[in-house]
Design a protein around this ligand. Structure first.
Ligand code: DC
Length: 216
């Protein structure tokens, strides 16, 4: 069974997806981390085509068994890049790389191969629309732009106004790009998390997932 969670940056997708996966005993897939890996390779080799880098990249997500529920480690071509892929420079390059049709094609194929077997909570921008339109449960997670910027700023230890300005540019690019723009999938349940606690959001989605499981 697959729970697909899509939505804009800062809506709480990562925290929600990770906690939900733990609650349900499913595996967590952070598709954004894969776009970030391609961005990191691209920043290192700007002369290369990002789509070629995406096709060749070996990306693994490894749970840290000593810290259950923590962020899985992202391993790129054998190197742990978990922290490196979270810089503002990589965020910017990831948004650009994600607009490339060849990059998307390569990463969607890798994501489909991963989720083909087992129970997953997969999170991103196009999981319910492109990667897995037949997911048992699709959630469109959102929150007000100010709330999203506040959360990101707290996470990064950055200034909220700066984060809000950069977020607006990335939102604009992610929603207006030609290939797989951020859209609510048909049949998706919208959840606005402004003012909701993480625990509330997780319980709401877990209840929907259990109902979906009963139907399948
Ligand atoms: O969720 P995130 O901030 O880690 O995502 C990084 C970038 O990748 C962001 O610009 C949106 C893009 N992305 C995408 O286009 N499709 C996905 N499934 C996941 C992320």
């Amino acid at each position: 069974l697959l729970v697909a969670i899509d939505g804009p940056a800062g809506a709480g997708k990562s925290s929600v997806a990770r906690a939900l996966a733990r609650e349900l005993g499913f595996t967590y897939l952070d598709s954004g981390a894969m776009y970030r890996c391609v961005a990191l390779l691209w920043l290192d080799s700007p002369e290369q085509q990002p789509a070629a880098l995406a096709r060749e990249a070996r990306i693994e997500m490894r749970e840290d068994s000593s810290r259950p529920g923590s962020t899985p480690r992202t391993i790129l071509n054998g190197h742990d890049v978990t922290e490196q892929i979270r810089t503002p420079e990589v965020s910017e390059a990831a948004s650009e790389a994600a607009a490339d049709a060849g990059v998307r094609e390569a990463l969607v194929a890798k994501q489909r191969a991963l989720i083909a077997a087992g129970d997953w909570v997969a999170e991103g921008r196009d999981i319910g629309t492109v990667v897995a339109p037949d997911a048992a449960l699709k959630i469109f997670l959102t929150a007000s732009p100010q709330e999203r910027a506040r959360r990101r700023a707290a996470e990064l230890g950055a200034d909220a106004a700066t984060v809000l300005a950069e977020q607006m540019m990335r939102d604009e690019r992610d929603t207006s790009r030609e290939h797989s723009p951020l859209l609510k999938a048909s049949g998706a349940v919208t959840l606005d998390t402004t003012g909701m606690t993480l625990a509330d959001v997780v319980q709401r989605i877990a209840a929907l997932a259990r109902a979906a499981r009963a139907r399948y």
